[in-house]
Ligand binder design. Structure first.
Ligand code: PHE
Length: 347
């Protein structure tokens, strides 16, 4: 702003005031506003130099000019403050826009998980058997040799022990190779009549491939009562399979040998992966072994303190892992324990 060349007078003050107000109104930034303030209101600014000249005015002019000068000063200070407030308001508005939060968005954090396919099948099997009056029992994964073998009519050196490659632990204990020891534990704990299932993890020292794992899941089932026959066994197994596969599946029964049942059977189902065409899961045979079963051997009843003259029963061992594979069309058992979320999220 040019310094006044003429002696200060009312119209110069008026002009300075108008110029300054216009500049304040059109200032785009805080810096531009500050420049106006320094030039006009600052210690060496236009108003200050006007004040210095006041002394040279005639007294009657001086009073009038002084009033005008003070009024102009106050007016400009107010205008500056207001303009500054506008800038600050705008800056706040921009910040609020940038930092805006949608409080209705779902909270970030871990995604909800899902149940493992084997767990899903296990729960279905449990629900079904609970509705049929069975108890759901648990047994230890670290077992005694007695419960895993001897009490199931598999004495030492019996060739059947070689059928199940066993992980032996210190002190003669082992990782259970099947859920059948829970048959024994069930009879030890509860007197007949008894209906029980025992889902759980079992372990075998096996070569791993598309259909074999060293760790997998079975469900043991057992019913001890008077006059139990193979017809009862078939009824419960068909009810189970119809429920799990939600339709009739093709099954076949073959003789099977297990020391703890007599007679013993293998129940196979037509492979649901390939519909009997042959694939790695059914080892190209079109059939999958699903349920070994039979009537409980009298020796097993006797060893657990149940009189075989009065009681008999059936037992089955269901491959829960294999059942999950059939149900969900999983063609490689190794996926189940891979921990791969791309696989697990599908369930
Ligand atoms: N425990 C046997 C196995 O795992 C299966 C089975 C259970 C057979 C019950 C007959 C009766 O091979």
């Amino acid at each position: 702003m040019e310094l006044p060349t003429k002696l200060v007078n009312l119209s110069l003050i008026q002009q300075l005031r108008e110029d300054a107000l216009a500049r304040i109104a059109s200032a785009e930034t805080k810096d531009a506003l500050e420049a106006v303030r320094v030039e006009v209101l600052g210690r060496k600014g236009a108003l200050a130099s006007f004040s210095k000249e006041m002394g040279r005015l005639a007294p009657e002019e001086r009073a009038e000019a002084g009033k005008k000068l003070n009024a102009a000063k106050q007016e400009l200070e107010t205008a500056l403050e207001q303009r500054l407030a506008v800038f600050e308001q705008e800056a706040l508005g921009r910040r609020l826009d940038a930092e805006w939060l949608d409080l209705t968005l779902p909270a970030p954090g871990p995604r909800p998980g899902s149940l493992h396919p084997v767990t899903l099948i296990q729960r279905e099997v449990e629900d079904l058997f609970l509705s049929l009056g069975f108890r759901v029992l648990d047994g230890p994964e670290v077992e005694t040799e007695y419960h895993n073998f001897d009490a199931l009519n598999i004495p030492p050196h019996h060739p059947a022990r070689d059928m199940q490659d066993t992980f032996w632990l210190d002190g003669g204990r082992l990782l259970r190779t099947h859920t059948s020891p829970v048959q024994v534990r069930g009879m030890e704990q509860f007197r007949p009549p008894l209906r029980m299932i025992a889902p759980g993890r079992v372990f075998r020292n096996e070569e791993v491939d598309a259909s074999h794992e060293h760790t997998f899941y079975q469900v043991e089932g057992m019913m001890i009562d008077r006059d139990v026959s193979v017809a009862h066994l078939i009824y419960f197994m068909q009810t189970l399979l119809r429920r799990i596969f939600r339709s009739d599946v093709t099954v076949r029964l073959r003789p099977g040998y297990f020391p703890f049942v007599e007679p013993g059977f293998e129940l196979d189902i037509r492979c649901l992966i390939c519909d009997g065409e042959g694939c790695p899961v059914c080892k190209q045979s079109g059939w999958v072994e699903l349920m070994p079963c039979g009537l409980v051997h009298p020796n097993v009843l006797r060893m657990s303190g149940v009189d075989p003259e009065e009681w008999n029963g059936f037992a089955f061992g269901l491959g829960l892992t294999r059942l999950a594979m059939m149900r969900y069309g999983i063609d490689d058992i190794r996926l189940l324990q891979s921990g791969d979320l791309r696989f697990l999220r599908q369930f």
